[in-house]
Design a protein around this ligand. Structure first.
Ligand code: GDG
Length: 492
């Protein structure tokens, strides 16, 4: 009934796969590696960018098991293979499904809706139909590869129907779900024509994790309002033939803090950092932003604020630089194309007005870089600027804290990032308030050494105590304890 598997072990020697299938399965829209076909037709695999992969890759490397996901190339079937001590289980998508399920319903409906509608969400019935079909395919693939009683951890907004579909196919499984992005309040979520389906889909899980407690309470409030299930504190008791309990809680995600620190302190990253500084003309202050090129990340506002600081003369372009990396993302979705054009225009205008001959005040790179280069950029950032309009967590903020050596760096952080709940000693901004943002950026750049160090010390403590391992352990321990978690007596 289940797929044949080689017995494999993780670094702790805990078997995560048996002949009957994997006992631990991660299910995510994308695999941690993308299939790339070079110009010469050569096939290559490249680490996929983005927060989900950064977070889950170390978890899989440590635990082993199977990762079910799409390999990034439409209309292609790829056989399972071994990667870094776990099994990759590719799920195919047609070109039409990529348009409707991925670019459409996932990234032009759910993504903007769940991020405060900062871009207008589009509702198309055929997009939703494709979303259902693809979610069913993921559920079926997972049902094939999971061993009896396995723990299955479904990830993110592209797969919200999977927990219920999977439970119907395999009631023996222990099903967890984690949402990496915000879960919106009722006032927004209610727009969604398929709001009940989406809630019922998630309720198929034994445990649904959110980045912040507000996400869990938004979800439970909607379940109470829009379904007939009984909600009690942090759980919903399902009515109907399947009477399981679904618990909803916050599990703020983090990073492999030590891994990032080690990378940033490697001779390679140190040499790159020195070279970078030299290439930038050894400025006395370096401001850095690193984001996927996404309208939720507040790039328009940040670039405008930095541009004004240069044009007003508050920052001197001769000894100050703003290095902004925007990693290409979702380039076939209209809103992302518009954003790219807007930022190109804005940066070009500022640099032509403010800069002289030589290095421009804003060094804007629309490209993706190896992790060691990212670490080098974090190293040289005197001030790191992270100003999303809305963000589930934001790992860049945590990576900066882990990578910047010493205590003299400063983090400017949006109140609207999930990370703001934990990183309380950052210099907080409201990214919609341009004057406020300019003031805070300048405060971060000119604060006393004592203040900056006090803040950075607290931030470093936070990220070294709350790591990705702890996040995964906490979620999976709670998921394993589902029997207890489900008891009514616990709910009182
Ligand atoms: C989602 C949620 C949540 C970026 N450019 C490059 C590169 N990156 C890496 C960063 C970081 C990750 O991508 C971005 O993570 P974020 O958390 O900042 O943002 P999202 O991609 O939107 O992630 C977010 C996250 O999921 C996890 O739950 O925090 O709220 O939106 O790790 O370093 N990595 C490399 N080259 C690049 O050019 N190698």
């Amino acid at each position: 009934m289940y797929k044949d598997f080689q017995e494999e072990t993780n670094v702790n020697n805990t078997p995560q796969s048996t002949e009957q299938g994997a006992t631990f399965v991660v299910v995510a829209n994308r695999l941690p590696v993308d299939r790339i076909v070079g110009e010469d037709g050569e096939i290559d695999w490249q680490t996929a960018p983005g927060g989900l992969v950064t977070a889950l890759e170390p978890v899989m490397r440590q635990r082993g098991g199977s990762w079910v996901g799409w390999h990034g190339a439409p209309d292609e079937e790829v056989e399972p293979f071994e990667h870094d001590g776990y099994t990759i289980e590719p799920v195919p998508l047609s070109a039409q499904e990529v348009v409707e399920y991925y670019e459409g319903f996932s990234n032009a409906t759910l993504w903007p809706l769940y991020h405060d509608s900062v871009a207008f969400p589009e509702y198309h019935r055929e997009w939703y139909e494709a979303y259902e079909v693809v979610n069913q395919r993921f559920a079926e693939k997972t049902a094939q590869v999971a061993a009896h009683g396995a723990t299955v951890w479904v990830q993110d907004y592209q797969l919200q129907l999977v927990p219920r579909m999977l439970r119907e196919l395999r009631p023996d499984l222990n099903i967890g779900f984690f949402l990496h992005i915000p879960f919106p309040p009722m006032e927004l979520f209610d727009q969604l024509p398929w709001r009940v389906e989406m809630l019922e889909g998630l309720l198929g899980a034994d445990l649904v994790g959110f980045q912040v407690p507000g996400g869990a309470s938004n979800f439970l409030r909607l379940v109470r309002r829009r379904t007939e299930h009984r909600v009690d504190r942090d759980r919903a008791k399902l009515v109907g033939p399947d009477q399981h309990t679904c618990v909803a809680r916050a599990y703020p995600i983090s990073i492999d803090t030590q891994g990032f620190a080690d990378l940033a302190n490697s001779p390679e990253a140190i040499a790159e950092a020195e070279q970078l500084l030299a290439d930038l003309g050894n400025p006395s202050k370096v401001f850095v932003g690193i984001d996927r090129l996404d309208y939720t990340k507040g790039l328009r506002q940040r670039v405008r604020a930095m541009g004004e600081l240069f044009s007003e003369g508050t920052l001197d372009p001769h000894d100050t630089v703003f290095l902004q990396v925007a990693t290409p993302s979702r380039e076939r979705v209209d809103e992302y194309r518009r954003l790219r054009d807007d930022i190109d225009l804005l940066v070009g205008r500022i640099n032509s007005e403010v800069g002289g001959v030589g290095r421009p005040p804003i060094v804007y790179l629309h490209a993706s870089f190896p992790r060691a280069t990212m670490a080098a950029m974090y190293r040289i950032a005197d001030v790191m600027i992270v100003t999303p309009l809305r963000d589930g967590m934001n790992l860049v903020a945590k990576e900066y804290i882990a990578c910047n050596p010493g205590l003299d760096g400063a983090l400017v952080l949006s109140e609207f990032a999930g990370a703001a709940r934990e990183l309380r000693q950052a210099y907080m901004v409201n990214p919609y308030d341009l004057n406020g943002m300019k003031e805070v950026v300048m405060k971060a750049a000119t604060d006393s050494t004592q203040n900056r160090r006090r803040r950075m010390r607290a931030l470093k403590k936070q990220v070294s105590e709350n790591t990705i391992d702890k996040w995964a352990d906490k979620f999976l321990t709670d998921l394993d304890a589902k029997g207890d978690m489900g008891k009514d007596t616990n709910a009182g």
